[in-house]
Design a protein around this ligand. Structure first.
Ligand SMILES: Nc1ncnc2c1ncn2[C@@H]1O[C@H](COP(=O)(O)OP(=O)(O)OP(=O)(O)O)[C@@H](O)[C@H]1O
Ligand SMILES: [Mg+2]
Length: 172
C-alpha cells in the first residue's frame, strides 16, 4: 500500500473575487520508507501540496490517501486527530515551547493525541533522545537551549519522530 496516493488532486484558493488554481489535477504515489522532495519555482504549489498531505488544508477536488485513509473527506476535528497520530512536521524554526523542558517538549504531542501510560511515554522519549545522541537530556528538568540551533533542531526531531516526517523548506 502506498504511503501517499493522490488522484486528480486539485487545490483552488479563492480570495475575494480572485481564484488561484494552485494544484491542477496531480497524480502521484509515495512508497513507504522513501525520501521525496517537491522541487519547483516559487508559487508552483509545493507548500500547497505539503499542506494537503499534512492534512492542514483539504483539497478542492480529487482524492488523497495518506496511510490508507482518504484524508480529503476528513472534518477539521478528524484531520487534527489524524495529524497527531500519523504525521510529523519538522519546522525550520524549531517551534520548541520555551517554558517546557526538553522532556516535556517531546512528551507534549504524546499527551495531546496518544493516551499512552506514563511509563510507556518515558521509555519512548528516552529512545528518541538516544537516537539523536541526547541521552543526557532525558532528565525532566532540562530546559531547551533556545540559542543553540543544532541542539534545538535535534530536539524538534525527537518531538516529531513519533510520526512520519514531513518537512517543508528545511535548511540544508
Ligand atoms: N492562502 C492562499 N490564498 C490564496 N492564494 C494562495 C494561498 N496560498 C498559496 N496561494 C497561491 O497558490 C500558489 C502556490 O503557492 P505555494 O505557496 O503552494 O507555492 P510554493 O511552491 O510553496 O512557493 P515558495 O517556493 O515560494 O514557497 C501561488 O500562486 C500562491 O500565490
Ligand atoms: Mg512554499
Amino acid at each position: 500500500m502506498p504511503l501517499v496516493e493522490a488522484r486528480r488532486l486539485e487545490k483552488t484558493y479563492v480570495s475575494g473575487e480572485v481564484e488561484v488554481q494552485a494544484i491542477r489535477g496531480v497524480d502521484f504515489t509515495i512508497a513507504p520508507g522513501s525520501f521525496v522532495s517537491f522541487v519547483g519555482p516559487s508559487g508552483s504549489g509545493k507548500s500547497t501540496l505539503l499542506n494537503m498531505i499534512g492534512c492542514l488544508d483539504p483539497p478542492t477536488a480529487g482524492t488523497l490517501f495518506v496511510a490508507g485513509t482518504d484524508v480529503s473527506t476528513l472534518s477539521r476535528k478528524e484531520s487534527a486527530r489524524f495529524r497527531g497520530e500519523h504525521i510529523g512536521f519538522v519546522f525550520q524554526d524549531f517551534n520548541l515551547i520555551p517554558v517546557l523542558t526538553v522532556y516535556e517538549n517531546i512528551e507534549y504531542p504524546l499527551l495531546m493525541v496518544q493516551s499512552w501510560p506514563q511509563a510507556e511515554r518515558k521509555k519512548r522519549i528516552a529512545q528518541v533522545l538516544a537516537a539523536v545522541g541526547m541521552e543526557d537530556q532525558a532528565g525532566v528538568d532540562h530546559q531547551p537551549e533556545a540559542g543553540a540551533g543544532r541542539r534545538a533542531h535535534r530536539q524538534s526531531g525527537p518531538r516529531n519522530s513519533q510520526q512520519d516526517h514531513h518537512p517543508d523548506e528545511r535548511d540544508a
